[in-house]
Design a protein around this ligand. Structure first.
Ligand code: SAM
Length: 532
């Protein structure tokens, strides 16, 4: 339901305080304080079912861990292995399952004949209905479309193989009443999924309505999961988490088993809703609300969406072209048609207004421009920020995306490796990390991936600047201690946050590096302590 953050592809995280309170950074925080479910299920007229904390829950605490009901390729997936989901589009030769003829990575695929992979029953059904006749290996686009049918088919298979799981799944919200009235969406499901199953493959034991309902259930409830693979999964309890544009949980899934773990990222008080963001949090209110309406079929009215300043982060704000320091904000963010106006409090602005339509066109134009920039092209990314410094607020989501990328590529790419960076570039990396952390503290507070990564990223320039200073200047003991303490603080929090990430993931590896760097700096601290 939510996605990993960064401009285009990539990872992310963020820093502490705000809602996460003053809790000390110890692993014990993740301990469970009570047995049994940590939530109660409630129902509201607006949201339907949602869950609330049964008792106070602390940052890092596990709220739900569960196995999926069903897993498989995303709707917009590439041609992939039906067992382990490895991308096969760049393979010279694609191995085909000897049973059904669908693509597999190899004879020894770890997901072959496994639950949540290519099961024997799926293979038999795909074989008996001669589905491989529709796989045109010379036409990638039409080939990809076939994969859209796999997860709905796996849901339908549960009806006979695991009726209790099927019942849980069918109890999920499908929003059929709304989706039926969106012809583009309904017709697409009809031709790509329903007709393929019933007409092409001849699986007439399923009704059209049943298949449409499953398509809706997947659209509304599926989690995007997997590291470096494009898959989705339905989970028996986690689907109950309601949406908030400032979520209070984070989730990870385990490689191979696809077990999902939902953890608190901030303190969640008893009876407070337990939430996640179904939309990309590093976007403006207009973008998130459009995305939620289009994909999840509701209009978000959360605290962040209702506030034109987006909780004083100014993620959607423009700079007024008519006055010196005015900001242009949406008059009513809960109205898609609302105009944007300069809100200069000094009244020195002659007045500036932008219609919703013009605002959208402007954003689309700048988005197209930023999308052309390569993630490793530091000069062009910096040029973009400079070019739009008088148009977009420094926290504007388009700038924020560029800054998140810069925070991760300064120090990492050829010509810009951390030890190659000049003092000015190290300071730049530090500043960017510090700026984005302030925004994450508000919109993705607490123990979140984007904060963990950025806290790790900021430690590197601080450390190099400090060691260079040590080499060239005579620092006194108090200065050294203060510098080390600051770096330790960032690393300690990064270590805790990133320890929740799967070990094999980029973020998990970063967590291990943070732990090692922390030990090294603690040693230094001890040595400095002994200096008189
Ligand atoms: C994944 S389901 C959550 C479970 C669902 N409420 C149920 O009863 O099955 C997502 C749906 O819940 C509702 N929902 C979740 N968060 C909401 C929110 N903040 N405001 C309004 N509706 C929300 C919307 O109908 C959305 O499409």
């Amino acid at each position: 339901m939510s996605c990993r953050h960064r401009r285009k592809k990539s990872a992310s995280s963020r820093s502490s305080k705000s809602e996460s309170g003053n809790s000390s950074l110890t692993d014990e925080m993740a301990d469970s304080h009570f047995i049994g479910p940590k939530y109660d299920v409630k129902v509201s007229k607006v949201m339907g079912r949602y869950i609330v904390a049964r008792k106070d829950i602390h940052p890092g605490e596990v709220i739900i861990t569960e196995q999926p009901l069903v897993v498989g390729p995303c709707t917009d997936c590439k041609v992939q292995c039906l067992g382990c989901y490895r991308d096969l589009e760049n393979e010279q030769y694609i191995y085909r399952c000897p049973g059904c003829g669908w693509p597999l990575c190899s004879k020894k695929c770890p997901g072959r004949k496994r639950q949540h992979g290519h099961t024997q029953i799926e293979c038999t059904i795909l074989q008996e209905c001669k589905s491989a006749l529709y796989l045109n290996y010379n036409d990638l686009k039409s080939m990809r479309l076939n994969f859209q049918v796999i997860v709905p088919l796996r849901c339908l298979i549960l009806k006979t193989t695991d009726p209790s799981s099927y019942a849980i799944l069918m109890d999920m919200e499908s929003h059929n009443d709304i989706r039926r009235n969106i012809p583009e969406l309904w017709n697409l499901n009809q031709t790509r999924v329903v007709d393929r199953i019933i007409k092409d493959w001849g699986l007439t034991e399923f009704t059209e309505d049943e298949i449409h309902t499953i398509c809706g259930i997947l659209e509304v409830n599926a989690f995007e999961i997997g590291q470096d693979i494009n898959i989705r999964g339905l989970y028996p309890t986690s689907f109950l988490l309601s949406h908030d544009c400032v979520p209070n949980t984070n989730h990870t899934d385990q490689e191979g088993t696809y077990q999902l773990t939902i953890r608190a990222s901030t303190n969640i008080l008893e009876s407070q809703p337990i939430t996640l963001s179904y939309a990309y949090t590093l976007q403006s209110t207009q973008k998130r609300r459009e995305q939620l309406l289009e994909n999840k079929f509701f209009e978000c009215r959360c605290r962040r969406c209702s506030d034109p300043t987006e909780l004083e982060t100014y993620i959607g704000a423009l700079i007024c072209p008519k006055c010196d320091n005015g900001l242009v904000l949406c008059n009513n963010p809960l109205d898609f048609k609302s105009a944007w106006n300069c809100v200069n409090s000094t009244k020195s602005c002659p007045g500036y207004s932008l219609s919703a339509q013009s605002h959208k066109l402007l954003m689309n134009r700048i988005t197209n421009e930023v999308d052309q920039i390569d993630n490793n092209d530091i000069e062009s990314l910096e040029h973009f920020l400079h070019k739009y410094r008088n148009v977009l607020h420094p926290n504007h989501y388009l700038c924020l995306g560029v800054k998140v990328t810069l925070s991760q590529v300064y120090g990492r790419i050829n010509g810009y490796l951390i030890h190659q960076l000049k003092e000015k570039q190290l300071i730049r990396k530090r500043e960017i990390c510090s700026e984005i952390l302030k925004v994450f503290d508000v919109i993705e507070p607490g123990f979140t991936r984007i904060r963990g990564v950025t806290l790790y990223e900021i430690h590197a320039p601080l450390m190099i600047l400090f060691t260079r200073q040590m080499e060239t200047q005579s620092l006194n003991k108090a200065d050294i201690k203060m510098a080390l303490k600051k770096i330790l603080r960032y690393l300690a929090e990064a270590k805790v946050i990133l320890s929740y990430e799967p070990e094999y993931s980029a973020e998990g590896l970063m967590g291990i590096a943070a732990r090692d760097a922390l030990l090294q700096i603690k040693d230094w601290e001890k040595i400095v302590g002994r200096i008189r």
